[in-house]
Design a protein around this ligand. Sequence first.
Ligand SMILES: Cc1cc2nc3c(=O)[nH]c(=O)nc-3n(C[C@H](O)[C@H](O)[C@H](O)COP(=O)(O)O)c2cc1C
Length: 327
Amino acid sequence: MADQKFRTRITDLFGIEHPIVCGGMMWLGDAEYTSAVARAGGIGFITPRSFPTPEDFREQLRKAHDLSDGKPFGVNLYISARSEANQMLQIFLDIAIEERVRFVETAGFSPKEFMPKIKDAGMTVMHKCTTLRHARSAQNAGVDAVAILGAEAGGHPGMDMIGTMVQGAVVPQELDVPVVLAGGMGTGRQLVACLALGAHGMLVATRMVVAAEIWAHENYKKRLSELGPSDTKIIMSIFGDNSRVIGNHSSEAVLSLEAEGNKDYEAYRPYVQGNLQRKAYVDGDWTRGTMSVGQSVAFAGEIEPVGTIIDGIMDEATVVRERLNRF
Ligand SMILES: Cc1cc2nc3c(=O)[nH]c(=O)nc-3n(C[C@H](O)[C@H](O)[C@H](O)COP(=O)(O)O)c2cc1C
């Protein structure tokens, strides 16, 4: 990595060229995409539940090894608060260990129950969470890094809805482990801002959905490329599970149910079920399904290869750093 432009504790921890972490993306985080991120100098995470069977997941890991030019990639484990719902995760973790994956991104709930297995296998784990309290407890549980999410994030930004700017100014100062800042990210200017705030890297997800290597239908990506920061909705607050998604028929329907005070989950199911999201990616009909989209969709203006997106971020960060040096 002779021409490494930004070396941080995160590039050292993951053994990557750039301090760019690409968060796991349900249905979309496959070998093709994750290895493109690896080749471009960042790190991405394969989402095991995106594949029909554990053996299909294993195939993806093998394919990612083949396509990554020996560069690192990881596995995303989205942990449920209900322990019984996490049985599959143990199987996914075993497969990841058998297939010599060295990096894990955990999210959703405390990684504590998985830490012994992760550490026995010598893996490095980054836990993604939304409050300083959760970040501290992940650090105490032994994680190697924390990704802290701000309210702008696609997916689950948490219930406190703390802005990324505040998270960045608070959390890195309070932790000993390196911190990656997330939520609303997509530019080189923001990467420099993350580092200025004291974070050691930047995490992107929504920005990458329009990448050429993402298998989603062209019409879905085209729609995202037209959207701005006002085009997302926060749904499911009524269940204490904020979710930032694309503004469309389904998210409006969910918001109407919430406005009525309806707390019967079955009423929501036709709009929020996961296979509807997958269907939107398959057929490009973005009007149905509650697909995760963050405010950073504003930066997803063009369908282009992962390498072009990451190079663009790094080139801009380099220019911005030079500009700041002149002040
Ligand atoms: C399409 C999509 C799917 C996602 N699926 C997952 C997932 O399966 N597991 C997870 O930990 N986070 C998931 N996330 C959250 C991201 O990894 C990341 O934390 C968040 O999107 C960062 O905010 P940003 O979208 O503004 O970059 C998803 C996000 C998107 C946009």
